[in-house]
Write a protein that binds this ligand. Structure first.
Ligand SMILES: [Mg+2]
Length: 211
């Protein structure tokens, strides 16, 4: 694992988010709809339900069915308070000790990533690049093209990459590209077949595999 490139998801991978992120994002989507579409709370909730039935991401529904871009929607929705995230000195130290090159690949934004890293107190310069939703051209990680474009941009070979993720769907896609997959999962479940390693948290994963 010495020369492998490390690819980190952000939310619920580099820190434990519980259901906080989901709640905060849901509320932001609600307020986007209420402000921009002149709907009330109940109508907004119905719309979100529809979006989630028909699309992977709300942003895809918004861009397809309404006169808003994924960019403006995502910037708005990902601009959430990060005060539920706390400093993690141990993680900061572990990441510094591991000399492998590191990337963040997140379906969120640069701003949100920087806000989160600041809260955990991880220096963003530890990462070669923060690859966000805009870099992806809104083709998200559940789509193989996302990883193919990322690998191509940085001239990386999938077999030389280890990806850390809490999303099982994203790991399945990363595995199909040829990456080594690490599932960061606080609950005890059986290891899915396309997961190479499974750990309860990112620090345990990094210590076991790289220190
Ligand atoms: Mg995540």
């Amino acid at each position: 694992m010495k020369n492998k490139t490390l690819i980190f998801d952000l939310d619920s991978t580099l820190y434990y988010a519980g259901n906080q992120m989901e709640k905060l994002c849901y509320n932001k989507v609600m307020s986007f709809l209420i402000e921009n579409m002149k709907v009330n709370k109940i109508q907004a909730m119905k719309l979100i339900k529809e979006f989630r039935k028909n699309y992977h991401y709300d942003s895809e529904a918004i861009a397809k069915e309404y006169p808003f871009s994924q960019s403006e929607f995502i910037e708005y929705v990902c601009d959430i308070p990060t005060d539920f995230i706390s400093e993690d000195k141990e993680l900061a130290t572990i990441l510094k000790q591991i000399s492998n090159s590191k990337y963040i690949v997140t379906d969120s934004t640069q701003k949100h990533t920087k806000d989160v890293l600041e809260k955990i107190k991880i220096n963003k310069d530890l990462f070669v690049y923060i690859y966000d939703a805009h870099d992806m051209d809104y083709i998200f990680k559940y789509n193989k093209i996302c990883f193919e474009k990322f690998l191509d941009k940085f001239n990386l070979c999938a077999q030389d990459c280890v990806i850390f993720e809490d999303s099982i769907k994203n790991l399945e896609v990363a595995k199909s590209c040829g990456m080594i997959t690490v599932f960061v999962k606080p609950d005890k479940i059986e290891k899915p077949q396309y997961v190479d390693y499974m750990f309860s948290d990112i620090k345990t994963a990094l210590k076991e595999l790289f220190l």
